[in-house]
Design a protein around this ligand. Structure first.
Ligand SMILES: Cc1ncc(C[n+]2csc(CCOP(=O)(O)OP(=O)(O)O)c2C)c(N)n1
Ligand SMILES: [Mg+2]
Length: 740
């Protein structure tokens, strides 16, 4: 282990008074380090015992990773810096201030487990008071959150007013704190460096010079797969060495003194604002991957013994003895105290109350702010249509497209709330701002121009382009929202949302539930969706909303007209839940459903359908671009057959307005669900099932669905027409149902 060289200029008396340090660590800190590392190992051992006794249900150990964890905690500031540790970081969390009791409460799944209240596996750390942020089991997703976290810290330093609390929207429930020189720590294993999100995170942190400290804890295995299979050439440091603006360290992570020296340099670099740091710590994994794994199946004894010789606990013990910092008695005393503490923590954890089954629904959504409530029901305030002195109607009173009103709503909300940020692909007016300043160009502002002019008004801090990296767009937004910002990000086409699927399924909607309400991430994700474009073809026409309505925790909105788009987008931005805001491309500039500007406070609550047309003979339940087509069909049916159709536009898909559906079906006794996505397993299936289940006695006919064919959407317009539901298809289906 490394020791500090004595400064030759010190005279003898100074030498006597100046205590010896080890790369800046005092003897006392090394004793503390030993206590923490030993505690960490003992908790692992205790959990393993409890697992064998079937008193805990899973175990993931931090064994072999203790030294680097303690070194990281000693070089950073608990509750000041931000931490995205992975599951092996038990020692880091103990060193930051988590207690053995808290950890063992996680192992037994106790109600008071601060990480998740018994919802997540043990070792999924989350300690709000320490700025340790909730993590999932998905390898690598946390790295993008860490980037977003660092971006939030920087943004708040430049826009301190954004941190102010405000009444009446999500800000009331979202405390913001930041330090000018905070560092964000994120750790991961060697195998996790193979994830694309790791590279997306490095690229953004590098390019934006963010104070993120990436710590790779390389134990040479990812379950059974050795590092040379994961990483070309077997060394991740070599692969990342070309990223600009980084500080790099590679060291023996089983030696706390060596690890501390490296981490201290890395932290100093980040804290000074120079950019990110990459610390590559070589560690060992003396226990198998988890208790579900037996490493003897793929690692020979000799290799395991080689690792054991580097065990950080015994190495530090030897070091303390050799340096005369502790004698055997001192070591024994610490170990005895730790054993007693862990024993008593285990006893207490085993007696701790477990969560009640009826609490399972808590915190899927915000308990504080209900977007279906009257607080989100605000009438429009249209400008007076009276002619001005020039005889023309005022511009604001002219009917506006959905594109216009979405743009206006974004502008209003950015003016009102400095926490709102917009980013995505092509959303800025121009990344090369000087062109705008010199008035050489007009600016783009989105491939559909929905964000046009926003960068010019609010600056590149608040509206900016990102790399083509959808996971990074959603992952960074999640990290920012956890810190209290309100990212309103754009996915350019629904067809390209899939790289972000892990973030949209396993992260964003789970943050609140899995942390038992300790953290939340109310991001708005705007997505251009849908077909009927004539030429959009398979990769510019997809729907697929039911995949997201099938995800608890995510609000899904799908407006059919300008006014609803404005009112629902405002609700999405002001509410306290993550929202997927689906904007139909075909409707962006449609003549149907235009509306004058409804003012800066107009809101439509979620979960309230609109009766587009009242009727008595059958109910059509639909949304999005099928609404105008269904209306056309219904009007024709009324004209030609005198069939009176009640047309419901759901407007929001999760939550959806079951009361409106039930009231209508009870009146008409016939239901048709019409949607643009392919038929099978689509959004209509759930509604049809509920009607069959709960309204069976009110039905005079089978519940019908009309939707796209179970194919993709083709380019040739004749094929597209055959694939997507047309007004003529809707007419036929309504007529058949009415005649049943
Ligand atoms: C995205 C994802 N894929 C697969 C898994 C299953 N899994 C859990 S841990 C792990 C290995 C991780 O290895 P490494 O990053 O080296 O960390 P270590 O466990 O060795 O510390 C795998 C494949 C997962 N949790 N997430
Ligand atoms: Mg590993």
């Amino acid at each position: 282990m490394a020791t500090t060289k004595v400064d030759p200029k010190l005279n003898e008396s100074e030498l006597k008074t100046k205590p010896k340090t080890y790369q800046g660590l005092t003897s006392q800190q090394l004793i503390d380090a030993y206590r923490i590392m030993f505690t960490s190992r003992r908790i692992d051992d205790r959990e393993i015992l409890l697992k064998r006794q079937q008193k805990v249900f899973f175990q993931i150990s931090g064994a072999g990773h203790e030294a680097v964890g303690v070194a990281a905690a000693f070089s950073l500031k608990s509750g000041y810096d931000w931490f995205y540790p992975y599951y092996r970081d038990r020692a880091l969390c103990l060193a930051l201030g988590a207690t053995p009791l808290e950890m063992l409460m996680g192992a037994v799944g106790a109600a008071d487990d601060p990480c998740s209240g018994g919802r997540q596996m043990p070792s999924h750390w989350a300690y709000k008071r320490l700025n340790v942020v909730t993590q999932s089991s998905a390898t690598g997703t946390q790295i993008l959150h860490a980037v977003g976290c660092a971006e939030a810290g920087r943004y708040l330093s430049k826009h301190p007013n954004a941190a102010r609390k405000a009444e009446g929207d999500y800000r009331q429930f979202k405390d913001v704190q930041f330090q000018g020189d905070e560092v964000t720590y994120v750790s991961l294993g060697d195998g996790t460096t193979s994830e694309g999100e790791f590279w997306e995170a490095l690229n953004s942190a590098s390019n934006r010079r963010l104070p993120v400290l990436f710590c790779v804890e390389d134990n040479e295995y990812a379950i059974s797969v050795p590092v040379e299979v994961q990483t070309s050439g077997g060394n991740i440091s070599r692969l990342v060495s070309g990223f600009p603006n980084f500080h790099f360290e590679e060291m023996d992570g089983t030696d706390p003194v060596v690890a501390y020296a490296a981490l201290k340099r890395a932290v100093e670099y980040c804290r000074a604002g120079n950019g990110p740091a990459f610390v590559h710590a070589h560690v060992i994994r003396p226990y198998s991957h988890s208790l579900s794994d037996d490493e003897r199946l793929y690692r020979p004894d000799a290799e395991r013994q080689r690792d054991a010789a580097r065990d950080p606990i015994s190495r530090l013990q030897m070091f303390l003895l050799r340096e005369g910092i502790l004698d055997e008695q001192g070591i024994n005393k610490i170990e005895k105290e730790v054993d007693e503490e862990v024993q008593s923590a285990a006893d207490r954890a085993l007696e701790a109350p477990i969560p009640q089954p009826e609490t399972i629904h808590n915190y899927v959504y915000s308990p504080d702010l209900d977007p279906t409530s009257a607080a989100f029901d605000r009438p429009p305030a249209f400008a007076s249509p009276e002619a001005g002195s020039d005889g023309k109607r005022s511009a604001a009173s002219q009917p506006k497209t959905m594109a216009d009103l979405i743009n206006a709503t974004l502008r209003d909300e950015m003016r009102r709330d400095e926490r709102v940020l917009i980013f995505g692909e092509d959303v800025a007016d121009a990344s090369r701002e000087e062109y705008l300043k010199q008035k050489l160009i007009k600016g783009k502002g989105g491939v559909f121009k929905l964000t046009s002019g926003l960068q010019m008004e609010f600056g590149a801090d608040r509206v900016f382009n990102t790399p083509i990296a959808e996971a990074a767009i959603v992952g960074r937004a999640t990290g920012m929202a956890i810190r209290g910002l309100k990212p309103v990000v754009e996915i350019q086409f629904f067809d390209y949302i899939w790289p972000a699927m892990m973030q949209l399924r396993d992260e964003l909607p789970t943050i609140r539930w899995r942390s038992n309400n300790a953290f939340s991430a109310p991001v708005v994700v705007r997505v251009a969706i849908g077909g009927y474009l004539t030429g959009g073809a398979i990769y510019h026409s997809q729907c697929g909303e039911s995949i997201f309505t099938h995800t608890p925790g995510l609000r899904v909105v799908f407006p059919s007209n300008s006014l609803d788009a404005a009112g629902l987008l405002r609700t999405a931005i002001r509410c306290d839940d993550p929202v997927l805001f689906l904007e139909h491309k075909r409707l962006y500039r449609e003549t149907y459903g235009r509306s004058p500007y409804p003012g800066p406070d107009f809101m439509v609550p979620f979960g309230k359908a609109k009766i587009v047309q009242p009727g008595t003979d059958l109910t059509v339940i639909t949304y999005g671009a099928v609404v105008p087509r269904a209306l056309q069909a219904a009007q024709k049916l009324e004209r030609e057959q005198h069939v009176s159709v009640e047309l419901l536009d759901l407007r929001t898909l999760n939550p959806f307005d079951w009361e409106a559906i039930a009231a209508s079906v009870k009146k008409t006794n016939r239901a048709l669900i019409a949607y643009e996505d392919s038929l099978s397993w689509g959004y209509g299936a759930e509604i049809a099932a509920r009607i069959a289940d709960q309204l069976f006695h009110h039905l005079d006919a089978p519940v019908k669905r009309i939707a796209a064919t179970d194919t993709f959407v083709a380019y040739q317009p004749l094929l597209e027409n055959a694939i997507l539901p047309q007004a003529s298809d809707l007419f036929r289906a309504m007529k058949e149902l009415a005649e049943f």
